[in-house]
Design a protein around this ligand. Structure first.
Ligand code: HEM
Length: 196
């Protein structure tokens, strides 16, 4: 049983580590911003595919986090009642549901809108000068949503490591603050040295 529990912990942890793929989406998007305004068919399509797939993968990692989390409750000391009695588990579950909603919004609403601008363009098409200007607000919104997503994932990690041994509340608040600052930084600038 111990081996199964440890395996579940491994898959629980590795799934939200992989959810941080969206951090790399932000890095890729900021690399694109650094390249300047002109539209490049191959580069922009490549970028869109990377970003789209990153969001799609998140569904899988979210599902695994949820399933392994519930199994950890069932097999561990907390029990399934942790879902309505343990504030850390309740908060992590709510965060996970918000993350699912956020990814669904991007997947079903925002990404199709962005792609609708690009479908008419092929390698040979003359690209209208206004295309990137029209795309820009949607890409900016997607970056903000991604940064918010990253903030929630890091905050859930801060809570996750406290399931059995809560930190000092002030430390929790400080760490969540650092999560917010880091997510804002990743949204605004191209991270070059890990944290900055
Ligand atoms: C984005 C969502 C989540 C994140 C980032 C997250 C993060 C974490 C982290 C970092 C740990 C500590 C792992 C360890 O030290 O072994 C953990 C443990 C745990 N998580 Fe989550 N979690 C999430 C969602 C959930 C959900 C939805 C549940 C339950 C429904 C859950 C239940 C648990 C339990 C029971 C443990 C204790 C495992 C143990 O250490 O024995 N988690 N989580």
């Amino acid at each position: 049983m111990d081996i199964i529990y440890d395996l579940l912990r491994f898959f629980h942890v590795i799934s939200f580590v992989f959810m941080c793929v969206l951090l790399f989406n932000l890095i890729v998007a900021n690399e694109r911003v650094m390249r300047g305004i002109s539209f490049n068919y191959d580069a922009d399509n490549h970028l869109e595919n990377i970003i789209k797939n990153g969001f799609n993968w998140c569904y899988i990692f979210q599902a695994i986090t949820l399933v392994t989390g519930v199994l950890l409750l069932l097999l561990g000391n907390i029990g399934i009642e942790g879902l309505w009695t343990d504030w850390i588990v309740i908060t992590k579950t709510i965060i996970l549901i918000v993350l699912m909603g956020t990814v669904s919004y991007v997947h079903f609403k925002l990404q199709p809108k962005i792609e609708s601008f690009l479908t008419a363009i092929t390698t040979d098409t003359e690209v209208p000068g206004t295309l990137l200007v029209k795309l820009k607000p949607y890409r900016i919104l997607r970056k903000w949503i991604t940064a918010f997503y990253l903030f929630l994932v890091i905050s859930a990690i801060v809570l996750g490591i406290q399931v059995y041994a809560p930190f000092n509340p002030a430390l929790t608040v400080i760490l969540i603050g650092i999560s917010g600052l880091f997510s804002l930084t990743a949204n605004k600038i191209l991270l070059r040295f890990g944290w900055i």
